[in-house]
Write a protein that binds this ligand. Structure first.
Ligand code: HEC
Ligand code: HEC
Length: 130
């Protein structure tokens, strides 16, 4: 009995701790949006990515939740396809080795769902570059 009480108590504490973090999350932008710094439009819809947790893409910065733009100063603000470092904007969209880059994740999805290969990994013919 004591054990059950303790368990439900710690569950309550866990919920209480999780609440402020969730409440602090900003509203999800609606509809297709253009990536901030790309010359040509890149389509990104939050509503087709609801199966992915916010934090996968909006990863923590210095241990804190972060919903800034990818390209904010000091973040992924190095432009150009030849830029390959951590700050590269091109890399965070296209690096196949990154599980949370656009293409890195899409390649994995398309391996399981082959009919989505062109839309998710087809470069210029994809749904990303309309
Ligand atoms: C699959 C990746 C992904 C997921 C999951 C995701 N987002 Fe985003 N989000 C983006 C991208 C990409 C942008 C555009 C960033 C840019 O233009 O640099 C963005 C932009 C935003 C912005 C606008 C930021 C600004 O300053 O204009 C907010 C707010 C936001 N997302 C909130 C959320 C929330 C809340 C969730 C979870 C419910 C979420 N996002 C899930 C990728 C994602
Ligand atoms: C962690 C996984 C993941 C990441 C990261 C991710 N996606 Fe996706 N994306 C998906 C999944 C899953 C789908 C939905 C496939 C379906 O159900 O048809 C999808 C679908 C899409 C589509 C087609 C549907 C639509 O909205 O038109 C576009 C375009 C797209 N993603 C763009 C992007 C862009 C741009 C980024 C990076 C800024 C990105 N995605 C990052 C998983 C991801």
């Amino acid at each position: 009995m004591k054990k059950i009480l303790m368990l439900s108590l710690s569950a309550l504490v866990a919920v209480a701790l999780a609440m402020p973090a969730v409440a602090a999350r900003p509203a999800v932008p609606e509809g297709p949006m253009k990536m901030a710094l790309t010359k040509q439009a890149v389509t990104f819809n939050h509503n087709t990515h609801t199966s992915v947790d916010c934090g996968v893409c909006h990863h923590e910065v210095n241990g804190a939740e972060n919903f800034g733009k990818c390209s904010n100063a000091g973040c992924h603000d190095a432009l150009g396809a030849k830029e390959k470092g951590t700050n590269s904007y091109y890399r965070i969209a296209h690096d196949r080795k990154l599980a949370n880059s656009c293409l890195g994740c899409h390649v994995k999805v398309a391996q399981k769902e082959k009919d989505k290969r062109k839309a998710l990994t087809g470069c210029k013919a994809s749904a990303c570059h309309p």
